[in-house]
Write a protein that binds this ligand. Structure first.
Ligand SMILES: *Cc1c(COP(=O)(O)O)cnc(C)c1O
Length: 357
């Protein structure tokens, strides 16, 4: 006989974990299903042929041994491409892991993690897990960086995604420089979408010891499934992060494939140019349907339907096998975030939207 306890179960978890929601990733249908997937900002083009070629050369010895704890082959490729010494680079299992390591290394219960809203939801999740106090500063309709409020919040960590998701805007370098000079803690500039942007904040790492730039191969390099990201910062700042990361955080395959992808800048840049051309065309078509749009320096568009019925449109598209992203979140409930796909995918989206708007 098994006694089933249905009354008050005590929790196995820390109160901070019990209290939080948990990050909800965008839907991931199985590859091969006939779905137009415009919900998680993957690149519509395949990864560099050079990266695929490396994948084919790997043998079992790569799997038998532990990988390089510093992913040096990949670090050297980054170092060559960006002209930064290798000891200014830390490689991570996707840039999500880097963000996680930063919160774990720098924030604690009595300190604050600060970011403007709306932005990448993971910043909140990571802070809730830690836990540390959260200060969310609203951007406002114009998406002007609220520098004074961000500085006043006195964060142990301040996160700025630039270009930002889901707005798509790039924060001007002058604003980031002013923020870097004034914040007391670490300033993380998350450049997940920099490959589609006109500007980078990379020079700031040389000017300020408290600035770290987070990059990923998930968007620009079409390698979201590989899980590879990296941080660029003064070695004094990286020193603490290296203590906190898992020793073998990046697997041997990711390190080798990522290095080849990084060296093939021409391919990555060509794909980014094609995405930008498609972005302009899709923006034009959406405007014709009456959508309000924000200027995007990313591979997605934030789009407000003329009637504001974003959730209804999201569900209507889903029924037809087209996934876009809908955030049930203050300020976003009347908007959709749409990843720029191939021209034929974008065209199918526009046709599906016509009767829904
Ligand atoms: C996609 C994304 C990331 C995460 O990238 P991974 O390297 O796949 O973990 C980080 N920040 C922002 C703003 C993103 O949109």
């Amino acid at each position: 006989m098994i006694a089933v306890q249905t009354m008050t179960m005590s929790s196995y978890f820390r109160p901070s974990v019990d209290a939080m929601e948990g990050y909800v990733p965008g839907e991931q249908p199985k590859p091969g299903t006939n779905i137009i997937k415009l919900n998680t900002n993957e690149n519509p083009y395949p990864p560099s042929p050079d990266a695929i070629a490396v994948l084919r050369t790997l043998d079992s010895e790569w799997l038998r041994r532990y990988p390089d704890p510093y992913a040096n082959e990949f670090r050297q490729a980054i170092s060559q491409v960006l002209g930064i010494p290798t000891d200014w680079i830390m490689v991570s299992n996707g840039s999500d892991e880097l963000l996680n390591v930063i919160v774990r290394a720098c924030a604690e219960q009595s300190s604050r993690v600060v970011y403007p809203m709306p932005t990448y939801v993971l910043y909140r999740t990571l802070t809730q897990i830690q836990p540390a106090d959260i200060v969310e500063v609203p951007y406002g309709e114009s998406f002007c960086l609220p520098i004074e409020e961000l500085v006043a919040a006195n964060g142990a960590v301040t996160f700025i995604a630039s270009p930002n998701s889901p707005s798509g805007h790039t924060v001007p370098l002058a604003d980031l420089r002013q923020l870097a000079a004034q914040v007391s803690g670490v300033l993380v500039i998350d450049e997940a979408y920099v490959d589609f942007a006109e500007e980078t904040a990379l020079p700031l790492v040389q000017e300020f010891e408290n600035v770290i730039i987070a990059r990923t191969l998930s968007k620009g390099y079409s390698l979201a499934g590989l899980r590879l990201g990296f941080g660029i910062a003064n070695p004094n700042l990286l020193k603490g992060l290296f203590k906190v990361k898992d020793s073998y955080n990046v697997d041997a395959i990711a390190c080798a494939v990522g290095a080849a992808a990084m060296r093939d800048q021409t391919y990555k840049n060509d794909c980014a140019e094609k995405v930008k051309t498609s972005r302009a065309k899709l923006a034009g078509d959406l405007k014709q349907l009456g959508f309000r749009l924000w200027d995007s320096q990313t591979n997605f568009l934030l789009a407000q339907p003329p009637q504001g019925n974003a959730e209804q449109i999201f569900l209507g598209l889903k029924q037809q096998g087209i996934l876009v992203r809908y955030f049930k979140q203050s300020g976003l409930e009347d908007k959709l975030r749409i990843t720029v796909g191939l021209d034929e995918q974008n065209q199918r989206l526009v046709e599906a939207l016509r009767p829904l708007v």
